[in-house]
Design a protein around this ligand. Structure first.
Ligand code: NDP
Ligand code: GDR
Length: 346
């Protein structure tokens, strides 16, 4: 029988890949979208699925609206991916971030319960490695204590625990995926990986002179978003739902990522500002100028993320297929190609 899924955040990176994956499994896919003057369908269009999903107006602040949508759609599975997802912005908009990434999760869970749908509807919450924050263990897994370092991480921790609370209190099939950074050609341009690949592509085409970055020494465990959305689905298919880490088990600095992105386009880098001083790299040889601008530093940083996907591999049979070089190559070439064609997804 055809299953029905409701995805919040369907216009974002993960929402688009998840919708594509669920459609390939014959799901009827509803996308919950907030009303804006122009709905951002760029990613769904790029994947060629904009017409295959049913969009429903949905506001995370409006309980009555959430209830009406759930009553109409009656989803077998809800994937709550909508969020103010940019860590840096959460320092400037901490209260808004708490509402959207934290309290709104309760609005959805409470709506499911109030409608008596808790036995029929499964719920996935998009939790994050940002909840680990300050390094307490390496690698981080489902047993590692949390110590978030941003308003985003704190808000997501609330969403994480309220999901566990509804599972334990009301026997709901609700779980969280604790996902480490995952990227793709559909990544937002404010995140460091895509900021780098897009800037390098523009520099290669003479459209930009240099790129300014913040902390080059932070380490991240980067995977491919297409692999991670499959893990979300696997989590909701279990009889006993549970929380899982999805990660690659490898970690690299921002500087490593930039160097590899340059190599993917056959370009050497010139490091300027703080980077030149601290790295002692010869300025004269490169073609791409990377300047460190402290304006991009965060009030508190997460220095090292590296996750263990062992539980997901063992219990869900989840495997990531794309490694860092594959990911960098995919993103660098996609942006190079887009800039060549004058069609950049931003
Ligand atoms: P994106 O930033 O690409 O997408 C965010 C989505 O949330 C968009 O569809 C956006 O809609 C929607 N949204 C934002 N604010 C609101 C709001 N106030 N009301 C309704 N919808 C809103 O994020 P990703 O796809 O990368 O991430 C998906 C989820 O996974 C997020 O919850 C994120 O925090 C979490 N996560 C992501 C990781 C990653 O590495 N990508 C890792 C771990 C967790 P619009 O198009 O209208 O702006
Ligand atoms: P992150 O991703 O904060 O890990 O959150 P982001 O790409 O924004 O930052 C990663 C690291 O790079 C450093 N950095 C810069 N970051 C940005 N954005 N721009 C820069 O110029 C820059 N220079 C250095 C940052 O300081 C940081 O250390 C992402 C989001 O998708 C979250 O929603 C998700 O929960 C986590 O990943 C897991």
């Amino acid at each position: 029988m055809t299953k029905t899924a409701l995805i919040t955040g369907i216009t974002g990176q993960d929402g688009a890949y998840l919708a594509q994956f669920l459609l390939s499994k014959d799901y009827k896919v509803y996308g919950a979208v907030r009303r804006t003057s122009t709905i951002n369908l760029g990613r769904l269009e790029e994947l060629g699925i904009a017409r295959d999903v049913q969009l429903v107006p949905f506001d995370l602040f409006e309980l009555t609206n959430i209830m009406r949508v759930l009553e109409k759609v009656r989803p077998d599975e809800i994937y709550n991916l909508a969020a103010q997802s940019f860590v840096a912005t959460s320092f400037d908009q901490p209260i808004y971030t708490a509402e959207v990434d934290g309290i709104a999760v309760t609005r959805i869970l409470e709506s499911v319960r109030a409608l008596g749908m808790e036995k029929a509807t499964r719920f996935y919450q998009a939790s994050t490695s940002e909840m680990f924050g300050k390094v307490r263990a390496v690698p981080q897994d489902e047993t590692t204590p949390f110590h978030p370092r941003s308003p985003y991480g704190v808000a997501k921790l609330y969403g994480h625990w309220i999901t566990a609370n509804y599972r334990e209190s009301y026997d709901m099939k609700a779980c969280s995926g604790i996902l480490f950074n995952h990227e793709s050609p559909l990544r937002g341009t404010e995140f460091v990986t895509r900021k780098i690949t897009l800037a390098f592509a523009r520099i290669a085409h003479g459209e930009q002179e240099l790129v300014e970055l913040g902390n080059l020494e932070a380490k991240r465990d980067w995977g491919f978003a297409g692999d991670y959305v499959q893990g979300m689905w696997l989590m909701l298919q279990r009889d006993m739902v549970d929380d899982y880490v999805l990660a690659t088990g490898e970690t690299y600095t921002i500087r490593d990522f930039a160097t590899r992105a340059g190599a993917a386009l056959g370009m050497d880098l010139v490091w300027e500002g703080e980077a030149e001083r601290t790295l002692g790299i010869d300025r004269k040889t490169g073609e791409v100028r990377v300047r460190v601008n402290p304006d991009f530093y965060r009030p508190a940083e997460v220095d090292l993320l590296i996750g263990s996907p062992a539980k997901a591999e063992r219990e869900l049979g989840w495997r990531r297929r794309v490694n860092l070089d594959g990911l960098v190559d995919m993103m660098a070439k996609a942006d190079h190609d887009r800039v060549s064609r004058g069609r950049v997804l931003v």
